[in-house]
Ligand binder design. Sequence first.
Ligand code: AHR
Length: 507
Amino acid sequence: MSELRAKIRVDSGLVSCAVDRRLFGSFVEHLGRAIYGGVYQPGHSSADESGFRTDVLDLVRDLRVPIIRYPGGNYVSAYKWEDAVGPVDQRPRRMDLAWKAVEPNTIGLDEFYRWAQKAGSDVMMALNLGTRGIEDARNFVEYCNHAGGLYWSDLRRSHGREEPYGFRVWCLGNEMDGPWQIGCKTAEEYGKLAGEVAKALKLFDPSLELVVCGSSGPGMPTFPQWEATVLEYCYDHVDYISLHTYARKEGDDLRSFLAESVRFENFIKAVEGTIQFVKAKKRSKKDVKISVDEWNVWYHSIGKESDDDLWQVGRRLLEDVYTLEDALVVGCFLIVLLRHADSVRMACLAQLVNTIAPIMADPEGAAWRQTIYYPFLHCSLFARGEVLETRVDSPHYESAAYGSIPFVDCVGILRAEKREIAFFCVNRHETDDAQALVKLAGFSGASVIEHIVLSAPDPLATNSREAPDRVRPRTVSAATIDGDSLTACLAPLSWNVIRVAYKGREE
Ligand code: AHR
């Protein structure tokens, strides 16, 4: 038996909150080959009558993504939505300064909406608050969501779309704290503008769900004062504050890389605290929630992009090829999101196709699943329920970047209507199995349904066009239950899903 033992405890009566299904959202930006050459590739052998790749669509559908953020990202900060509506052959080609590409506007608002419908996803729309402001936001929302009889809504109808799109969630700009952002602002400038845009949109429709920009990452020099200042301007008018984060591996420091989720969790805790601070200061009864509307691993492609295709449509950008290690970090991030599901109500894996994505599409061939596809898939399928307060007592290791880190992390999700618990566990140890000893307090008649493992002999293993299934999950027999004690062997560097059925539950 392994020396590495993690004691885990859940209690049938200790449920912290329901998981909002929008925790498993994603993001598609007009960036690289996400749209042109990913979502859309007329002439590809799998393309449907609209030019959408059905092989990509099938992989997206399997992920059951409830909501997709669109159209950016950095791209949105100079976005002119009027270019993206109306007859396709009359739409202008524009320079996309964010990604030094050409935007032909072949895929515009209506086309993306129809693609998202085929994917089974809602759209989270982002507004341009970089180069534009209240007037354009108001017009755009009327174009999208008003029934008709007014100038902009009638324009939509004249474009052939009778029914409003009815987008519910709107992001008030993107990463406005970032110097790289077109039209970036100080917290005061942005907070005031976002507050006024939010006020105008809520006058149009109080049921809209509005997301104000938080920091682009915990390393930003203005974090966390940015959140405090922006919320002081906007608190009464917005529903969410965003949080963006990307994990990266420095050199070969795997132990620190696997600890990036601890940095992420501290980031969330700081934003939770800042929300509470502003709420108290305003004597407010309302709770602003968190939207982690960009998160992922992103480092493989940084600094490696070519200038050969500058100002081309669909140039190759941010095409990270993900390893098993990266999938474990994504798994750790998912555990953190679930642990904070009370305050984090929406999250978007950035992104979905080709650019820092779980799905890659070969222009001449097939689409395949990257390693990170799997933990996201597992949570999207099995983490729909309620979060059990999960106590994890694991041995620790020292990481250079983040200090003492537990080898094992875990969260349990109660799926009461199915009489099932799903445990999501990571073993960060490079060479040793970990024994997870899980106490199922208050549950009776428990049995293992399945134990799914994602691991690989080589932690740097990737999937590719030639070997699309090199890293894929397996079902193993490494978990047993005796009474209310579950014992599971977690392989070195592994992501695990252990699904447990039960007969009785004390409430
Ligand atoms: O997701 C890639 C980019 O990362 C987005 O465009 C931007 O918002 C972030 O910096």
